[in-house]
Write a protein that binds this ligand. Structure first.
Ligand SMILES: [Zn+2]
Length: 609
């Protein structure tokens, strides 16, 4: 699929503003900078406002840089060009940018924004570094305990942002980070520093997390390469990173002497009573050797060093609740009541795991031609995903929201919500996301619904299976729409999703929404038990038997409603409808899916239990 040029304007850079508005913005920044002790922070609020070069040419790249990103890269190049890096003054550099900037640096930024070569004397050498966490979900889901999963999220988020920026600030300047978030880090450093940064950040990440897989790689390149061949440089960097991941080895029982970590000003001490008897397996992950005894709600338990750290941080940090409250400007009533997956279950004791990620992202990334676009798009993607999740949860559950986010950032999300409203939430997330990116990027979701006592790892693997199915379907259809697939594990049912009952899933979110609309009309008109009767009969009868059964039932009930509603769902006006839907050469039972959507789209009623 081609990415259109309008997309570039809207999603790879900020929208234009008028000349007067722009002057006003600059005045405002200037005024604020005079009173600020840290000027860089001011620019974060202008990450969606455009920056204009004094000498503006046609935008051959198709998008404007944001003021924030222009300021950051200005300071970075000022630093890279400076002779005395040890005494580089960031605030002074920001001041100079605010006052119009040094001509050479502005010229470099202009070249980068327009994809044009830089002047030979400006063409300095740099190292371009990329790092990431990988197999993140494996790190999060080593055990079933919500608090440990929260601890794992908080540790990764801390390393990915705070710790990385602190490191850069100590060794160089923060502005070396082109981007950090969503598990990824992109850095431009002075020439010759790449190897050291890769080594030290890998070490830092491993020293604190112990078991989160991470890798860094770098290439040496010139500013001209960044300006003219940005996409190619990114490709080379990605290859290096893949190679590093392939070769990196990990200890089975990692340990070290780190005794505490400070996350957003709060100190977490990794304290546990060392056990005498070794050779026991950790009670939390069931993988590594236990080393410490720690208190838990179930009495004292033996844990490995990695689980001790997750457990310690998880007791005090729920980063996604903080974000949810801030994002939606509310207070979560149940914030302190959610201590395990059981606390999220619906009235039947069921929860849903929703696992989703973006489609067609590769095509967009292929079109990113400048670091400005890269910075803007990464941020936009992260904000949009989070906003879609938080606002969808809030719209359905309001202040009574009960959910858990295991992983949320970039184009990727893994959340747990009560089952009876899970379809309302999943559909809202997909619709909002698709709309936000004007259907140029869409998102697909896999949903697994089960008893809240089901191990979270099992629910995750099934949601992963569903996500793959949903994504396969998205590639097949011509319509631009996010898709969804679902598996429900009812009591006693086999957990092999390959052998589920006949289903119309995966389907587009638009289609699911339409069906849910009709089902909401059906509620009150038609009894749940009749729907389940049809579902059961379709599962246990031959096609002919079931059609006769359906027609007999409908005649007995003396009701046209069933056929009318079903025709409405499937956009048909077949008066001879006999309970099954034609898909290709086959007649498929829709009753399984209708029962499912009936049970798991609770409607718009206030959700405050
Ligand atoms: Zn463990």
């Amino acid at each position: 699929m081609q990415v259109n040029s309008q997309f570039q304007e809207n999603f790879l850079g900020p929208l234009p503003v008028s000349k007067d508005d722009y002057q006003q913005l600059l005045e405002e920044i200037k005024k604020r900078s005079e009173q600020a002790s840290d000027i860089s922070g001011i620019f974060d609020e202008y990450d969606h406002k455009p920056y204009y070069f004094a000498k503006e040419e046609d935008l051959i790249i198709g998008s404007l840089p944001s003021i924030r990103d222009a300021a950051r890269l200005y300071v970075l190049f000022d630093y890279l060009l400076s002779e005395d890096k040890a005494h580089f003054d960031r605030n002074k550099s920001y001041q100079s940018f605010i006052n119009g900037g040094n001509e050479t640096i502005i010229h470099i930024l202009h070249s980068i924004a327009h994809g044009k070569p830089v002047e030979p004397e400006q063409n300095i050498e740099v190292d371009f570094i990329k790092g990431c966490f990988y197999k993140i979900k494996k790190y999060f889901l080593e055990n079933n305990k919500i608090k440990d999963i929260r601890g794992a999220s908080a540790i990764l988020d801390y390393l990915n942002t705070e710790a990385t920026l602190e490191y850069l600030d100590r060794e160089y300047i923060k502005e070396c980070a082109v981007y950090c978030g969503g598990g990824n880090v992109l850095i431009i450093s002075p020439k010759g520093e790449g190897e050291k940064i890769c080594r030290e950040l890998e070490l830092l990440y491993t020293r604190i997390s112990l078991t989160a897989k991470n890798a860094f790689a770098y290439i040496a390149c010139s500013v001209d390469d960044i300006a003219v061949r940005y996409n190619e440089i990114q490709g080379m960097l990605n290859n290096q990173l893949e190679e590093r991941k392939r070769l990196k080895l990990y200890e089975i029982n990692p340990d070290n002497d780190v005794v505490e970590v400070q996350i957003k000003g709060k100190v977490f001490k990794f304290e546990g009573q060392e056990i005498d008897q070794r050779g026991q397996v950790c009670w939390l992950c069931g993988i590594r050797d236990a080393k410490y005894k720690i208190p838990s709600p179930d009495g004292k338990i033996n844990v490995c060093p990695s689980c001790l750290r997750k457990n310690t941080v998880g007791r005090g940090k729920a980063i996604f609740y903080d974000e949810f409250e801030k994002n939606q400007q509310i207070k979560m009533k149940k914030r302190n009541e959610i201590n395990s997956i059981d606390d999220i279950e619906d009235s039947r004791g069921y929860v849903a795991v929703i696992y989703a990620d973006g489609n067609n992202l590769g095509n967009v990334v292929k079109n990113i031609k400048t670091p400005f676009q890269h910075m803007y798009f990464s941020r936009k993607l992260d904000h949009t995903t989070k906003y879609c999740v938080y606002s969808s949860i809030y719209e359905v559950m309001q202040e009574g929201s009960a959910f858990e986010a295991l992983c949320l950032g970039g184009d990727d999300l893994l959340i747990v919500v009560p089952a009876d409203i899970s379809f309302d939430i999943a559909n809202k997330i997909i619709n909002k996301f698709d709309k936000a990116f004007d259907y140029q990027i869409t998102i697909s979701a896999g949903v697994c619904i089960a008893k809240s006592s089901t191990p979270i790892q099992n629910m995750f693997s099934i949601s992963q299976y569903c996500l793959k199915n949903a994504k396969k379907y998205e590639k097949k259809i011509s319509e631009k729409s996010g898709t969804v697939d679902v598996v429900v594990l009812e009591g006693g049912q086999t957990t092999d999703p390959e052998h589920r009952a006949s289903t119309l899933f995966p389907m587009t979110a638009k289609n699911a929404e339409k069906i849910i609309q009709v089902i909401k009309e059906m509620k009150g008109q038609i009894s749940t038990s009749q729907i389940h009767k049809f579902k059961y009969a379709a599962d246990h009868m031959s096609v002919n038997q079931f059609q006769l059964f359906y027609l007999y039932q409908v005649a007995k009930l003396n009701s046209r409603k069933y056929t009318e509603y079903l025709n409405k769902i499937f956009d048909s006006d077949d008066p001879s409808f006999a309970g099954l839907v034609r898909v290709g050469d086959e007649l498929v039972s829709p009753w399984h899916d209708i029962a499912l959507l009936w049970d798991y789209s609770g409607g718009d009623k206030e959700w405050n239990r």
